[in-house]
Design a protein. Sequence first.
Length: 116
Amino acid sequence: MAAKPIGIVILAVLQLLSALLIIYSGYVALMAALLLGPLGILFVGLAAILLIFGIIGLILFYGLWSLKGWAWLWTLIINILSILLNLYPFNWIGLILPVIIVVYLLVPSTRAAFKK
């Protein structure tokens, strides 16, 4: 079996890092909800959404690492959604990784690696 292209290894690791940051954000939102008591109900919803996105990100990491065809499309979709969600309020840290991932996914040689 041929070795994975280094760019795809980096892409998978970036996806993993992004997923872990999203899960951490969900944890922070959940802790805020607990601290605010009844007023924190909105944070519970936010935490749930973030945790779901983080778990999806972990699944995508597996797909990217394994060069699964479905991983290319779903990683693109999820990271575009992540970019949109980080535009308001503007969040540099949450915006950088998804932008890098989307740009790299659109490189023709990267896309070709997932069509095998």
